[in-house]
Write a protein that binds this ligand. Structure first.
Ligand SMILES: C[S@@+](CC[C@H](N)C(=O)[O-])C[C@H]1O[C@@H](n2cnc3c(N)ncnc32)[C@H](O)[C@@H]1O
Length: 267
């Protein structure tokens, strides 16, 4: 069995009969140029809830972990916050810096980055916490927050398990069922309760709010190609099959997605 290492440290294992891939944290870096355009923004209802909970503090300091091209960072700045972004992908960081030069950019993983103690009002992990080793980052984030500071964890889930199955979703399930991929460690994407439990483990944080925001989006083959290309567990051939499935459904499909939010306070 051979092993190929990516810049972010994941591995691809190869044997004679099949290729088994583990999700690659450098996947987003390889698609940095299209990432921002391809990914739908976080729902306005989520930002409104964060405002309602007084978590977006004008003049306050936000730490954005796994910031990517700055989708969440930009909104934090628009709320009047100062931003520090942690992003290991060099190209993603370059996009972020070009868009938001006022943000302090730390080019490292959340596990490796050096961050000052008791500095931030909030730390954000937007569709990124599942890439991090919680045993390292939870104590680190806790130290970086001011007393009473909050950790905000949210993520897009591309496929709402509570929505009615569409013919397109059935195509997607068929494509995924052909894979020989080992399960990702940690709770499943849709298991918000499992994630909340993992995030309070170690007694660094207590949960103060949990909510799921359901939304829908209409996608054509070009939008599906861009979006699914950014998914770390999708191959180029699978993306082509998904785009073809949209064509087979008449040229556009409505997708039901959700964004899960977990808010935690530093203990
Ligand atoms: C799905 S993207 C989300 C990007 C951005 N937060 C957003 O909401 O658009 C996941 C991000 O996590 C980053 N990442 C992966 N492993 C990481 C780690 N160990 N520490 C920090 N960031 C990591 C990736 O480079 C990528 O930018």
């Amino acid at each position: 069995m051979g092993t190929l290492s990516s810049p972010l440290g994941s591995e691809r294992h190869r044997d004679d009969t099949e290729v088994m891939t583990t999700p690659d944290p450098a996947h987003f870096e390889h698609h940095a140029a299209l990432y921002d355009d391809a990914r739908p923004p976080y729902p306005e209802e989520l930002w409104q809830r964060l405002r309602d909970l007084s978590l977006l503090i004008p003049g306050g300091h936000a730490l954005d972990l796994g910031a990517g091209s700055g989708q969440a960072t930009g909104r934090l700045l628009a709320e009047g916050m100062h931003g520090t972004a942690v992003e290991p992908g060099v190209e993603l960081g370059r996009h972020l810096h070009e868009r938001f030069p006022q943000v302090s950019l730390l080019a490292a993983t959340a596990e490796q980055v050096a961050i000052p103690d008791a500095t931030f009002d909030i730390a954000v992990a937007a569709t990124s916490i599942h890439w991090m080793d919680l045993s390292i980052v939870l104590p680190k984030i806790s130290r970086a927050l001011r007393p009473g500071g909050h950790l905000l964890v949210w993520r897009h889930i591309f496929g709402d398990p509570l929505s009615e199955a569409t013919p397109f979703r059935q195509h997607i399930a068929d494509i995924v069922s052909q894979r020989h991929a080992p399960p990702r460690p940690g709770p499943a994407d849709v298991d918000t309760t499992g994630w909340a439990t993992a995030l309070v483990s170690g007694n660094f944080f207590t949960e103060t709010h949990r909510e799921e925001f359901r939304w829908a989006i209409r996608l054509d083959p070009a939008a599906v190609t861009k979006l699914f290309t950014t998914f770390s567990d999708w191959s180029a051939d699978e993306v082509r099959q998904a785009a073809q499935a949209v064509k087979d459904e008449g040229g556009s499909v409505v997708e039901h997605y959700l964004t899960a939010l977990i808010v935690l306070e530093r203990l």
